[in-house]
Design a protein around this ligand. Structure first.
Ligand SMILES: [Zn+2]
Length: 351
């Protein structure tokens, strides 16, 4: 397929994003607004300088950018700015639904009252809905901060249970941060009706993924790329239909894989795994969801029917309600058949 038609096809697919961190989703416009509001943070307030600061160099620099953005989030206005910036970017790419990872413990540790965080999320979510983007939340534990963070995160999630909260996750480094220690918090979250969506197998081996499944009752695996090293695990994930939130560009940026061409996503698909494509920390990694689809299409040779399958996998793997899933699946089928003129795009007839 010529590249322009491929891009148009990818754009037309109504997309779902299942693995994106709210702080890591901040783009240039958002960070510029925050930097001008919080000059004391020392983040560049001029566009050219900010763009230079923001360009991905290496993982350590990415962490500097990430924590600089985190340090400027003080109240509901900042959170709302972040959420509406993400929603605008999702709408631009025809992403209709996203489950966004929020780390309440970090914001509260930084001095933001929990009520301010929740108010900013609710306001941003309402503004996103007006743009045709439905947002849901996954509250996650910053694993490096240990069991205390786990306990406080689940207490906050279950007590506040804000509108749109669907998932409970575990992020941060995997090395030296065993999944099993967080078992009681995941059990409590699941008993409260939240779905378990821990990161596992991004920077460590298959044992971490087994632990996420057995100890944390994972309904989906964040990343999970190392599963290809364990044939029994591949069979298990395929048999149980446990989806993987695969983030190819992120894996290249963090040097878990050498290149998109070397990414195990092709093997995962060949093995029958439920693979979804996601962005993790998109502007900070120079990624977009459309770009992920395009990258796997051009580098790994995936054809439009396979891209449509990936888009459908994301719908099936989401915690969207049945009516919402059916509508998106029907629209993907319609795009695949080629009758795009009949398909509304964000409520607007396709041009
Ligand atoms: Zn992540």
């Amino acid at each position: 397929m010529p590249s322009e038609s491929l891009r148009a096809f990818i754009h037309a697919l109504p997309k779902v994003e299942l693995h994106v961190h709210l702080v890591g989703s901040a783009g240039i416009e958002t960070v510029l607004a925050l930097a001008r509001r919080h000059r004391e943070a020392g983040v560049p307030t001029g566009r050219a300088e900010l763009e230079r600061f923001f360009t991905f160099r290496d993982f350590d620099h990415f962490l500097r950018v990430y924590w600089a953005v985190q340090s400027m989030l003080k109240d509901r206005h900042d959170i709302r700015t972040l959420v509406t910036g993400l929603a605008a970017e999702l709408a631009r790419q025809n992403v209709r639904y996203a489950e966004v990872t929020v780390t309440p413990y970090n914001h509260i540790l930084d001095g933001m009252p929990g009520d301010e965080l929740l108010a900013g999320l609710a306001e941003g979510r309402a503004a996103a809905a007006e743009r045709g983007v439905e947002l849901a939340w996954c509250f996650d534990i910053p694993g490096e901060k240990g069991v205390r963070a786990g306990r406080e995160t689940v207490v906050f999630a279950v007590r506040e249970r804000p509108e749109g909260l669907v998932g409970f996750g575990l992020g941060g480094p995997e090395v030296g941060v065993g999944r099993a220690q967080f078992e009681p918090f995941f059990t409590a979250a699941r008993e409260a009706g939240l779905h378990s969506v821990p990161h596992a197998g991004e920077t460590t081996g298959p044992a971490t993924i087994w632990s996420a499944v057995h100890d944390l009752g994972a309904a989906r695996i964040g990343h999970g790329t190392s599963c290809t090293a364990d044939p029994a695990l591949l069979d298990y994930l395929a048999g149980q239909r446990i989806p993987l939130e695969v983030c190819p560009t992120s894996n290249v940026r963090t040097r878990q894989v050498g290149s998109i061409a070397a990414h195990p996503v092709r093997r995962m698909l060949d093995h029958g795994l439920v693979v979804t494509l996601n962005t993790d920390d998109p502007p900070m990694f120079g990624a977009t969801l459309e770009g992920e689809y395009l990258a796997v299409a051009t580098t790994l040779g995936l054809q439009p029917p396979e891209l449509a399958r990936l888009a459908k996998n994301a719908v099936h793997s989401s915690f969207l309600d049945t009516a919402g899933k059916s509508a998106l699946l029907a629209e993907i089928d319609s795009i695949t058949r080629g009758d795009t003129a009949a398909v509304p795009r964000n409520g607007v007839q396709a041009e």
